[in-house]
Design a protein around this ligand. Sequence first.
Ligand SMILES: Cc1cc2nc3c(=O)[nH]c(=O)nc-3n(C[C@H](O)[C@H](O)[C@H](O)COP(=O)(O)OP(=O)(O)OC[C@H]3O[C@@H](n4cnc5c(N)ncnc54)[C@H](O)[C@@H]3O)c2cc1C
Length: 296
Amino acid sequence: MSWQAELQAMGKMAANVPLAPRTTLGVGGEAAWLFRPSDKANLIAAMSMIPQDISLFPLGRGSNVLIADSGIDGLVLDLGGINTLMVEGETIKVGAGVRMSKLAQAAANHGLTGLEFMATVPGDLGGGVAMNAGAFRQQVSDVLLSVDVLHRDGRLTCISRDALDMRYRYTKLPQGALIVSATFKLETSDAEQIKTTMREMRSKRSDSQPLALPNCGSVFKNPEGDFAARLIESVGLKGEQRGKARISDVHANFIVNAGGASSEDVLHLIRLAKAEVKKQTNIDLEPEVKLVGCSL
Ligand SMILES: Cc1cc2nc3c(=O)[nH]c(=O)nc-3n(C[C@H](O)[C@H](O)[C@H](O)COP(=O)(O)OP(=O)(O)OC[C@H]3O[C@@H](n4cnc5c(N)ncnc54)[C@H](O)[C@@H]3O)c2cc1C
């Protein structure tokens, strides 16, 4: 039996899967294969069946990726089936495929504070830990205790937060490691107050970000002491368009897909913003969005 047929028995396996609908920006080509294990046990079992020369790419909600128009010539993993969520006292252990907004809500329901910001970040837990997501002065690394990761050789290990060298939008994972679950240590607080804070954060978001059009959140990291949006605006690129991609008129660190943009259109605007900011301010902007199969 082929490895593809073996994986079929452990979840959902498909070939030539369009990835654009699996990203919030809505661009990018196809995955050669896409596998969605039905649960953690099947992911672990499947790992030993995937030939070593097949590259793996874990894709969460696709809210921080720019996938090339040529797609991904490998196996894309959808870990949405790994969705357990266990609360024990002030500790929450959660599967990689759980939406961060769902985790924030669960924490709030249990009167646990520390994850309110997740109500405003449209990703899955795995992507949130991999990116050390954060907002409103909170970030994953503030409350993370440890992650369980699955290595390419099939080993499952637990890595403590301190060994992950987490920084602003950065987590150091072992090469090829998949986040399977994460454990958080939160603090007890008033459930109604937590829910009010989440509502306020959401409404601040919808006032300041171009959420009506497909986008991938912040394109660049904020450089030390400044804001990428301010810099891009200052060099006159707010509203700049290429094909159907546009540097947002609302928030210059967002690129929006006005309908039918290609990955190349978006890349062109990223390169342009980076080059113009460098030329006019001598500041090097570093992409926050993960470029997959393409480069600057
Ligand atoms: C409207 C909007 C607002 C946003 N606001 C914020 C914000 O306030 N703060 C913020 O930090 N981000 C923000 N983002 C960006 C994005 O939501 C976060 O980076 C989020 O954590 C990405 O999660 P994801 O599941 O979408 O990951 P994906 O985009 O699917 O993947 C991102 C990276 O993580 C890797 N990855 C995903 N899952 C795993 C796994 N299980 N194991 C190992 N690696 C994995 C992927 O391979 C990829 O390299 C925003 C995005 C949008 C569209």
